[in-house]
Every structure is written in C-alpha cells, then in structure tokens.
Design a protein around this ligand. Structure first.
Ligand SMILES: NC(=O)c1ccc[n+]([C@@H]2O[C@H](COP(=O)([O-])OP(=O)(O)OC[C@H]3O[C@@H](n4cnc5c(N)ncnc54)[C@H](OP(=O)(O)O)[C@@H]3O)[C@@H](O)[C@H]2O)c1
Length: 110
C-alpha cells in the first residue's frame, strides 16, 4: 500500500513512537521521526529522522520547518514524545513538576 500522507511522530526513537513509525512506514506513509538524538534511533527503512526536543520551542520550530521543506505539508501529527514520573505527587518537587509538564506527561503515584 502507498499513499502521499505525511506523518510526523515525535519520540520515534523507542517504544510506542518507534513501533508506530515502523508500522506506518511499512504501510506506505511518508514518515518523519522526531528524536532528540538521531544517532540513538534504530533506523527504520522509510523513516527520515530529524532532531527535536519538544520542551524547546526553537527546536520544535526548526524541526517543523525542516519537515515542511522536505515534504511541503504535514497531514498527521502523532505527538508521542513524553516521559512518565512515577512517584507520589506530594513527593514531587516544583522543579520536577515543571520539568515533567510536557504535552504527553503521565504520572503514577506509587
Ligand atoms: N507505555 C505506557 O504505558 C504509557 C502510559 C501512558 C502514557 N504513555 C506515554 O506514551 C508516550 C510513549 O510512551 P513509551 O512507553 O513508548 O515511552 P518511551 O519508550 O520512553 O519513549 C518515549 C519517547 O519520547 C522521547 N522523548 C522524551 N522526552 C523528549 C523530549 N523532551 N523531546 C523529544 N522527545 C522526547 C524519547 O526520546 P529519547 O530517546 O531521546 O529519550 C522516546 O523516544 C509517552 O509520551 C508516554 O508518556 C505511555
């Protein structure tokens, strides 16, 4: 199957993001993977990797500009990059809470 849909997945270096990138690339989507360190990503055929840190506005802008310069559009964004903080909220310091206040932050209390 192939199509011209352009997909951007942040956090494509591991876990759900990597698996999603692999599946969509295998199904003919044009994949752009956002990763903090392209050298650490397991290269998936058909996936183009760019550097992005979703906590850094300039990094996000640069990444989006790069994708648009390469593909001319973004049809689908999978905003997957994120971290989990597993600790009781009463034991979480303000700096930790701020550091982990990402778009896809999830926390569990022990
Ligand atoms: N797995 C679960 O049970 C579960 C449950 C609830 C929510 N989630 C959310 O689902 C998403 C994927 O989970 P996962 O289990 O696949 O996690 P994962 O294997 O730890 O992958 C997280 C990805 O996010 C990237 N990332 C982290 N901080 C980033 C940043 N500041 N800028 C850009 N990329 C960043 C990581 O890149 P690096 O390689 O650079 O670290 C990694 O590729 C996460 O947002 C997670 O919070 C997962």
């Amino acid at each position: 199957m192939s199509n011209n849909r352009v997909v951007v997945i942040t956090g494509a270096s591991s876990g759900i993001g990597e698996a999603s990138a692999r599946l969509l690339a295998q199904n003919g989507f044009q994949l752009f993977g956002g990763v903090r360190n392209p050298q650490r990503a397991n290269a998936i055929p058909g996936v183009r990797y760019g550097t992005v840190d979703v906590t850094d506005d300039a990094s996000v802008s640069n990444f989006v500009e790069w994708v648009l310069s390469e593909a001319g559009k973004i049809d689908i964004l999978i905003n997957n990059a994120g971290v989990s903080l597993v600790c009781p909220v009463e034991n979480t310091s303000p700096s930790e809470a701020q550091r982990y206040s990402m778009p896809t932050f999830s926390g569990l209390c022990a």
